[in-house]
Design a protein around this ligand. Structure first.
Ligand code: XLS
Ligand code: NI
Ligand code: NI
Length: 440
């Protein structure tokens, strides 16, 4: 089938056209080559389309089957169907103009009757992915392995109580890293799908966490051995599918990384809806990871304030994208990471065209966030206010505290001499919130 035939209503490239009528399939803000703070939008944002939601999502939920109309898909898990989906995916991503994509091994290729057969299927699809990358210039942001769908992973993968399942997971990840490497993947993600527990009475938490650490060192050793240069990333999530996932949030992941000598080996892929499930804002998780040099990439989506599960909706809130871009720009960008739309269209948005509306909206929301964050940074009002707020540490006793020149004895002497601290200044939260709104 000709390359343009899966989305016949969509032009070869979604245009940048700020004057297009409301609701048109056009970017109003994302202009790949436009330079913002010395870097193109393309390079700041490094957008990726995810294979699982976009090309494998059916729209099913716990109350009913799928609703999506995907005329190219025969609904089977055959290799032929998988190979055809590669054409669909690359046509979609090309028309959208996103530079990257991400996948799990089992999204792109069917699971076979045993490991050898699964690997063979993956090789067949990977060959086609490689050709399609070469033809279109679309690159792989990250690969990963699905260690959660198959029933064998009911107790977890690296944290399973069954050593054979650990071995299977290791072999599967070995293969997934090799394929990612062969496709030039710039990162490799570990989302601990079922690494967690439902009940502590039947769980040896210490052994499970030790096994997870062993697994990560084995993965690192193998990556070194095959010359994989990509960045390893943990993707924190607090719950779902298990009641308690070990990679709960950025703080829990960083503790695990430090406790197990994985510093410098694993960074973090932060997802909005996972941050909010953990009771954090996305900005908190980004800032917390970033200040420790561990913010590697993001899964851009959003949850629903009224629903307590991972709804993985497309991000449309400019306040949120501005917050994300403020942190990302402060650390100088995400590369080799990027902004992956780990998001799915709603069950009611069942037409192929809805996939375009969703991604165009997400890309434009992030482009706006980028422009707004750049404007805030250019004027420097916000950073000046923050700097001013801590200025008592820039000289005098504050400076001595920061430089480690004083201890409790000296501080007591200082305060006994002074009697009482200098008075506090207002935090001016409301004024600052007003200022932020002036940029929106
Ligand atoms: C699921 C995760 C998953 C990871 C990749 O909640 O977000 O999609 O991003 O395994
Ligand atoms: Ni999610
Ligand atoms: Ni994700």
């Amino acid at each position: 089938m000709a390359a343009s035939s899966y989305f016949p209503k969509v032009p070869a490239k979604i245009p940048f056209d700020p004057k297009a009528k409301k609701g048109a399939l056009a970017f109003k803000h994302y202009q790949a080559d436009k330079v913002v703070e010395g870097r193109s939008m393309r390079n700041w944002l490094r957008f990726a389309v995810c294979y699982w939601h976009t090309f494998r999502g059916t729209g099913s939920d716990p109350f009913g089957p799928g609703t999506m109309q995907r005329p190219w898909d025969d609904g089977s898990d055959s290799l032929n169907n998988a190979l055809k989906r590669v054409d669909v995916a690359f046509e979609f991503i090309s028309k959208l103009g996103a530079p990257y994509y991400c996948f799990h091994d089992r999204d792109v290729a069917p699971e076979g009757a045993n490991l050898a057969k699964s690997n063979k299927n993956l090789d067949a699809v990977a060959e086609k992915l490689k050709e399609s990358q070469a033809k279109t210039g679309i690159k792989l942001l990250w690969g990963t392995a699905n260690l959660f769908s198959n029933p064998r992973f009911m107790h977890g993968a690296a944290t399973s109580c069954n050593a054979d399942v650990f071995a299977y997971a290791a072999a599967q990840v070995k293969k997934a890293i090799e394929v990612t490497n062969d496709l030039g993947g710039e990162n490799y993600v570990f989302w601990g799908g079922r690494e967690g527990y439902m009940n502590l009475f039947n769980t040896d938490m210490k052994r499970e966490l030790d096994h997870l650490a062993k697994f990560m060192h084995m993965a690192h050793d193998h990556a070194q051995k095959i010359g994989f240069k990509g960045q390893f990333l943990f993707e924190p999530k607090p719950k779902e599918p298990t009641k308690h996932q070990y990679d709960y949030d950025a703080a829990a992941c960083l503790n695990f990384i430090r406790a197990n000598d994985l510093e410098g080996i694993v960074k973090l892929n932060i997802e909005t809806n996972h941050a909010t499930l953990a009771g954090h804002t996305m900005m908190h998780e980004l800032e917390y990871a970033s200040i420790q040099g561990a913010l590697g990439s993001i899964d851009a989506n959003t949850g629903d304030l009224l629903l307590g599960w991972d709804t993985d909706q497309f991000p449309t809130d400019i306040y949120l994208t501005t917050q994300c871009m403020l942190v990302i720009m402060k650390q100088g960008g995400l590369a080799p990471g990027g902004v992956n739309f780990d998001a799915k269209v709603r069950r009611e948005s069942f037409e192929p065209l809805d996939l375009f509306y969703a991604h165009v909206g997400g890309m434009d929301a992030f482009a706006r966030g980028l422009k707004i964050a750049a404007a805030i940074r250019k004027e420097g009002l916000l950073s000046d206010l923050v700097k001013q707020r801590y200025s008592s540490y820039d000289a005098g006793i504050g400076k001595q505290i920061e430089e480690g020149k004083v201890g409790f004895v000296e501080l007591e002497k200082y305060m006994l001499g002074k009697g009482n601290p200098d008075s506090n200044d207002s935090g001016r939260q409301e004024m600052i919130e007003n200022i932020i709104n002036e940029y929106l």
